[in-house]
Design a protein around this ligand. Structure first.
Ligand code: PFF
Length: 457
């Protein structure tokens, strides 16, 4: 049996969509999307975002799945194998290992914060605290030394624990269990949120289409957000693509993931924003939105109905933990598959190695909110540098390379073969010329535009 035949595969189409959606649905949907909608033209932004997802992100997503499934290997070796060991593409593969290393390190710090807030919610902390204390409680926690470091390590260990279970018994099982739960939780919170007195402003914030806000910058933001949200340029989709079986319909699974991600982002918008407005506070970007504004809301509402409010707070932070874990797991798998296939480590040892490396980097990121807050480069702390470098630079470069690789280094026949599962799907065959055009010409130009817009505007 060849090494490829021994590789694991996802068990079903549903499993592929749930695992990919698990990677896509993360903190990006819960804190960034609702805020961006309000900042950039409300419903008008949602329309631009949906069109950008369909015309640009989806083709990039398909390109990454094609690279993964065609090579059936880890993200580093995929480029080497498909390019027949071309020296440039062999090096590019390493970028898809560096990016997850950095992202897992700082993302699991935020994951740790949600673990702490889950504990706080279970202890009815929000209903007991004065609403105005929400910001200082958050500031006090993140700037302390030990508590955020411990929760970061706990979160990382839990995520890697799932990865250690394997593709089928770990990742697939976990996604099948938690993704449906995530949708149920977010709908429950949304219903609670839109029935709060004074919620109207939040609903209007999300639904009012302000066309005058649509500037070139808005388009660039919408595309950038859509890329991050679909986990593009991180090696995750290439790796999960490598576990998709040869007869699976790539178009269906990719579109299914993109639609679930968009739907979840909109639901999260309606869960978070009306509550924020009902409490009479200004929405803000970044972790502040969920770790300061939302506890404020729960504590304010908790004065009248403490049990319901505490329950909703627990639901909310469970949802955040699960969303962050499924994303972190997908990047953990990028690293594990690399270590296993390149260095012959076992899955468990690979997870241990990642825990030690990303755990240590994450500790530094966590401390950059407290004891190391004075250590800055160009005015940015270590955490800010990781986040900025990954979201604004590396991720876009990697997505561009993946799409250029598919459009210019793989042949049209190879991509067609993969996209139609060797002629199995007639509909895919019919839309292929359009998809090929989007991959080859539209997506690369769009990524270059987002990249420069981030720097120039
Ligand atoms: N798609 C994820 C999100 O929207 O949060 C992005 C992501 C971040 C994926 C961190 C994986 C990860 F570890």
């Amino acid at each position: 049996m060849s090494a490829d035949n021994k590789r694991e595969h996802f068990g079903s189409r549903l499993a592929v969509i749930l695992a990919m959606a698990g990677s896509a649905i993360g903190l990006g949907n819960i804190w960034r999307f609702p805020y961006m909608v309000g900042e950039h033209g409300g419903a008008a932004f949602i329309i631009v975002y949906a069109v950008a997802t369909l015309l640009i992100s989806l083709p990039v997503f398909i390109a990454e799945v094609v690279i993964g499934r065609r090579s059936h290997t880890n993200a580093r070796d995929a480029f080497a194998r498909l390019s027949h060991q071309h020296p440039f593409w062999r090096r590019v593969g390493y970028l898809s290992i560096v990016i997850p290393l950095l992202i897992v390190s700082y993302y699991s710090v935020i994951g740790g914060w949600s673990v702490e807030y889950f504990f706080k919610a279970c202890g009815f902390s929000f209903t007991k605290m004065a609403p105005d204390a929400a910001s200082s409680v958050f500031g006090g926690f993140v700037s302390s030394t030990w508590a955020p470091v411990l929760t970061h390590l706990l979160f990382l260990a839990a995520s890697l624990g799932v990865v250690a279970g394997g593709v089928r018994a770990g990742i697939e099982k976990f996604s099948k269990l938690t993704l449906p739960l995530l949708f149920v939780l977010i709908v429950a919170i949304m219903v609670y949120s839109v029935t709060l007195p004074g919620e109207g402003a939040g609903v209007r914030y999300l639904l009012h289409p302000d066309w005058s806000e649509l500037t070139p910058r808005t388009f660039a933001y919408a595309m950038g957000q859509s890329f991050f949200s679909l986990s593009l340029g991180m090696g995750a989709i290439i790796t999960y693509g490598s576990y998709v079986s040869d007869h699976e319909n790539i178009l269906f699974t990719s579109a299914g993931t993109a639609v679930s991600d968009l739907l979840f982002a909109i639901l999260a918008g309606f869960a978070v924003m009306p509550a924020v407005f009902a409490a009479g506070i200004e929405p803000s970007a970044g972790p502040g939105l969920i770790f300061q504004s939302v506890p404020f809301v729960f504590s304010k509402m908790g004065a009248d109905v403490p049990v319901l409010s505490a329950l909703m707070a627990i639901f909310f932070f469970v949802a955040i933990i699960v969303a962050a874990m499924t994303s972190c797991i997908s990047l953990g798998e990028v690293l594990v598959s690399f270590l296993m296939e390149r260095f012959g480590l076992t899955r468990v040892r690979s997870c241990l190695a990642i825990f030690l490396f990303c755990g240590a980097l994450g500790v530094l990121c966590s401390l950059s909110f407290g004891p190391l807050s004075g250590v800055k480069v160009a005015g940015m702390t270590l955490f800010d540098i990781f986040d900025w470098l990954c979201s604004n630079v590396l991720l876009l470069v990697m997505a561009l390379l993946a799409v250029v690789f598919t459009g210019f280094f793989l042949s049209r026949r190879e991509v067609h073969d993969e996209f139609t599962s060797r002629g199995r799907y007639a509909f895919n065959d019919r839309v292929f010329p359009l998809v090929w055009f989007l991959i080859k010409w539209v997506a690369p130009v769009a990524v270059v535009i987002i990249f420069f817009t981030n720097f120039i505007l």
